[in-house]
Write a protein that binds this ligand. Structure first.
Ligand code: SAH
Length: 222
């Protein structure tokens, strides 16, 4: 449990301003990314039970045993992707849809895949409520990417891939960028793959992260 002092307090605008300051001090400095975070109400994406903690810089539980990512990680991954306004972005692991909403404010089109039907439906309702018209959703196994819509300018994976995600890298444009947590254990490396334009990749390890695993197939439960 956080100490009372750590708990976000005050009006939503005050809490949001504090969150944005905290992210900036940790290295999320891209003004477009910060603006996207500032204009996306995180409480809409959390469960009722955790709504008063929505402006905390922490991951929180969502339905189906999954998590909404920590705002710092969302900011950092969005920044690492160096998204251009004209880009078509593929996201694997819609979850709450929070990261999707941020991407939708930075890119032209966002394609997002989720293996839980319930999470997909809830996220779709949120996109509708926010009037996000450039998000295209799919219920399915994102490990295979979205071949019919490839190639993508950018790809973001928000669940941990056990190793280099070859199928996804093959759906990236030659000079595209993919960011994904890579690793089999509870702690993974956030890795950025930047296409060299000739079929190869420049690979950078950005930091240690903790994501839920990327699982095969669609979930049997709702
Ligand atoms: N960006 C989300 C993170 C959700 S956690 C958010 O901030 O809310 C990761 C999500 O990836 C989970 O919802 C999980 O169900 C999903 N996932 C895991 N493996 C997947 C796969 N193979 N295809 C699609 N989604 C997957």
């Amino acid at each position: 449990m956080p100490e009372p002092d750590d708990r976000a307090e005050g009006a939503p605008e005050t809490q949001m301003a504090k969150l944005v300051l905290a992210l900036r001090s940790q290295g999320v400095t891209d003004p477009k990314v910060l603006a996207a975070i500032e204009t996306t109400p995180r409480p809409l994406f959390t469960q009722e039970l955790f709504r008063d903690r929505a402006y905390e810089d922490s991951a929180l539980p969502i339905a189906c045993g999954q998590t909404i990512s920590q705002p710092f990680i969302v900011g950092l991954m969005s920044q690492a992707l160096k998204i251009d306004r004209r880009d078509r972005v593929l996201e694997i692991g819609t979850g709450s849809g929070y990261q999707t909403a941020i991407l939708s404010r930075l890119a032209r089109l966002v394609y997002t895949v989720e293996r839980y039907r319930t999470l997909m439906r809830e996220a779709e309702a949120r996109f509708k409520e926010l009037g996000l018209t450039n998000v295209i959703t799919r219920f399915g196994d994102g490990g295979d990417g979205w071949p019919e819509q490839a190639p993508f300018d950018r790809i973001m994976v928000t669940a941990a891939a056990p190793e280099e995600p070859k199928a996804l890298l093959s759906q990236l444009k030659p000079s595209g960028i993919l960011v994904a947590p890579i690793g089999k254990g509870p702690v993974q490396s956030l890795v950025r793959y930047t296409g060299d334009g000739k079929g190869g990749f420049h690979v950078e390890k950005l930091l240690d992260v903790r994501f839920v695993p990327l699982l095969d197939g669609v979930a049997k439960e709702l």
